[in-house]
Design a protein around this ligand. Sequence first.
Ligand code: PMV
Length: 325
Amino acid sequence: MRRCSARAPGKVILSGEHWVVHGGRALAAAVGLYARATCTGWSGDRVVVETPLGRAAVASDGTVDGDAKAAPLGHAIRAALELGYRFMPSICSVDSEIPVGAGLGSSAATAVAVAAAYMAYAAGGPPERESVNRAAFEAEKVTHGKPSGVDNTVSTYGGFILYRRGSRPEPLNMPRLDAEVLIALSGVERRTAEAVGRFTRRLEELNNIGIGGSLASLADKITSLMLEAIARGDAATLGTLLRVSHGILNAMGVSHERLEEIVHIAERAGALGAKLTGAGMGGAAIVLCRGDGCAAVLHSLQSRGYRVLQTALGVDGVEITCEQS
Ligand code: PMV
């Protein structure tokens, strides 16, 4: 019996969150935390997706039913069928090490893993990445309403991605950075809608006093400088830019006292830089560090009770393997 598995990475936003809502650019990177899915045949007549949060089933005509949390994954399978993949009754089991509700792209990574594993199972070999990306985007639309598509694109292609609303997110060809990333969880769920509202009101205030545009240009300049720093492998400059980007997000009202504490602890312990990532007002902060410096930062954050995940930036996108038993 054939069995196909896929693992797909989560993501962090390095620069441009919120500004992207107002027409700016954002830079995101894949991180080495993974969602995994394995599909294999069974005696039933549907494709069943089983997750720790529930299950969904897809019939041969593409009808999806099941638990609300798992239904988007059923829609990824349905999209695979619409893209021309054969209907093959199977069981796809899913698990993930990506924290949920922290802005780390867990829903997209799960959808990418399921789409890739099912397509490989149904086709008998690895699918085109763009098909995986498209099927996962259909799942993201069910989860998030109007997603930008960046999370599924980062998870599919890996590396670094620059995006602007309304344009297709484009994967960038960048060298892997010689630095590690710690993801520190604030323990407070991020509040995207509230944070977007707060940021927007602050931007209007700043526009009224004549400095909103300058701040938007500065944020965009930071995105460009980060790209240049990554391209030449300059982790120290990237760290400084992360810290400045965090300062701006704080000034825009979307930080949280726990995120501030994380950034200050990380800085005191010798990190290259740290910033909140994603919508903010909770969620996670990223800390850039290198070598022994990472152990000191990790220790300081953990001793203050923070859950910290140690990972790499710009990792490869979805990986697929099939075996026959
Ligand atoms: O927290 P995340 O990763 O879902 O990112 C939200 C990014 C925002 O710019 C705040 C919102 C958006 O839709 O782009």
